[in-house]
Design a protein around this ligand. Sequence first.
Ligand SMILES: [Zn+2]
Ligand SMILES: [Zn+2]
Length: 325
Amino acid sequence: MDPQSEYVERLRPPGGRRSSKRDLIVNVFLQQEGHLSADDLVDVVRRDGRKISRATVYRTLQWMVEAGIARKVDFGEGRFRFEHSYRHPRHFHLICKGCNQSSEFLSSDIEGLIEEIAATRGFEARKSVVQIYGTCDACRTGRRGPAHKVTTELLFARDALRIAIATERSGLDFYRRAARLTRDARGRQVFQKLADEEKEHLATLEARYAELLEQDPELESHPTFLFFKGAANGLFAAGAEELSRGVDDRAALKIGIRCERGSHRFFKRYGERFEDSEGKRIFLEFAEEEREHLQLLMREYRALRDRQPKASPEAGTKRTRRASA
Ligand SMILES: [Zn+2]
Ligand SMILES: [Zn+2]
């Protein structure tokens, strides 16, 4: 059974009545990308001469919304539109008033800001809607974008991989620098080992990216879906910057720990929020790799501390005091 039929199968309540019409409408709906009005769906369902009443389509749509298969979106047109949520990550919308086309995007920075505002106000946010109205690039310039459509799932996977690759690259740079400046032989080995691992992971991620492009050679011509301004690769870049100012072995390990922890948290927290999809898997797998690196660095930090106890305990106290001031 293909994944989509399996999904539809799972949705049926145990002992629930089989309804071939409903299954058919659900299947047709899941194959659509974009944002359909109820009447658009009626047209698509009836396309092959099927005789299904408007009321049945409406009822099924309502049922899909309640079952969490469909999401209702309101673009201010005086009617609702519907999009499916099967392997379709949640997102925000850009809506063109010229051609009525909408496109999807997501930004970890916007989401972070919403979370921050809600937390400050003690507000429990359930759902946030970001809609940007205006004129799309095609309407503005007369240049048409890529003619064929791709699924948001594929764009999500592409961008998740791009972010993971960028993070891996800056991690590699960080560990190479750390290995060069570490004086302690064992510490140097650890950083070297991590640099080698990052290099290997990087090759795996790049191979996966190439595979994705094979599925659709024009995938790269589609606009960005996921926007990450700071995110995790910024962490390693800042860490590498700190290294270049000259730090001792212990501090280098500490910086590495901070970067890996931040990176792990980011990919895990972000990945967990998505519906099952390739992009989600990429995030969670990457989070797991970062966790392993984090644990390795923490073990090394403790081992180094035992090998090189600090000469003067007062110096340590003073530093702590200053840091907390
Ligand atoms: Zn337009
Ligand atoms: Zn949408």
